[in-house]
Design a protein around this ligand. Structure first.
Ligand SMILES: Nc1ncnc2c1ncn2[C@@H]1O[C@H](COP(=O)(O)OP(=O)(O)OP(=O)(O)O)[C@@H](O)[C@H]1O
Length: 240
């Protein structure tokens, strides 16, 4: 993918010199300092934003030629802040599947399957947003996108509100769906300890540029860990 989006206020590109491919079934992690452009990159992949320059391809076909409805069926984005929109947990889990016109029995099976994998208790089902902790809300948001069983899952900081054990459970579950359904997963995550055990490939964004695109085994994780939280770094300072 290659793209750039002008900052509407200041008129310079937010993302630039970005070119990479994502292969079917891959688990790709995106890391980078706050404001690096990670969320925007997910939005471009999900076609919620359009690049002012550059092109994005899906299976060799340019994005603007692929019907949006087809993309929406295959690609699901879990945003950083997930809302239940006044629904109970049960309703929120069922809703995306109802929108896809799945039979009630299939909906019930899918929701139960992913609830069990993520250890979401029956007792939560009647609760609404204000009765849930941020970690519980995040776990439900993850179950909701997994139950859709899309071809491509885009996850923006899916473990930010979770403790280490629950975050590990989530990543094991994501690995399971990837292995069993060949789901492609693109995940933004700040926690390198989790990312290292999860991804096949790492993309590192810095100030809107892609400064690293490497398979997991080629990444110098120790050095990345030292550099990633340092906003003062410039593109040329990175030497991997
Ligand atoms: N549509 C837009 N118009 C103008 N500026 C935008 C637009 N979308 C994002 N930005 C700006 O682009 C920059 C990158 O934003 P983005 O949310 O992608 O960063 P991020 O790497 O996901 O950050 P964080 O880790 O804090 O979530 C920010 O400075 C943001 O204000």
């Amino acid at each position: 993918m290659y793209g750039s989006l002008p900052d509407k206020k200041q008129g310079y590109p937010i993302l630039q010199d970005i070119s990479f491919e994502i292969f079917k079934g891959e688990k790709v992690a995106i890391v980078g300092y706050p404001g690096a452009g990670k969320t925007l990159l997910l939005r471009l992949i999900n076609r919620l934003s359009t690049p002012s320059k550059g092109r994005i391809f899906w299976d060799g076909q340019e994005y603007n030629r692929v019907p949006v409805i087809l993309l929406r069926k295959q690609i699901v984005l879990m945003p950083q802040e997930s809302k239940l929109l006044g629904m109970t947990v049960q309703e929120a889990l069922d809703y995306p599947l109802l929108l896809r016109n799945l039979p009630q029995q299939v909906i019930a099976q899918r929701v139960r399957k992913w609830r069990e994998k993520l250890q979401i208790s029956d007792e939560w089902l009647k609760l609404t947003e204000t009765q849930l902790s941020s970690g519980q809300r995040q776990l439900i948001a993850i179950a909701r996108v997994l139950a859709i069983e899309p071809q491509i899952l885009l996850l923006d900081e899916p473990t930010s509100s979770l403790d280490f054990t629950t975050a590990n459970l989530v990543l094991r579950t994501l690995k399971w769906i990837s292995q069993n359904y060949q789901t492609t997963i693109v995940m933004v995550n700040h926690r390198l300890d989790l990312v290292e055990g999860f991804c096949d490939r790492l993309l590192h964004l810095h100030e809107g540029c892609l400064i690293l695109n490497q398979t997991k085994n080629m990444v110098n994780w120790q050095k990345l860990n030292q550099n990633i939280h340092n906003a003062a770094y410039k593109k040329d300072d990175f030497d991997f």
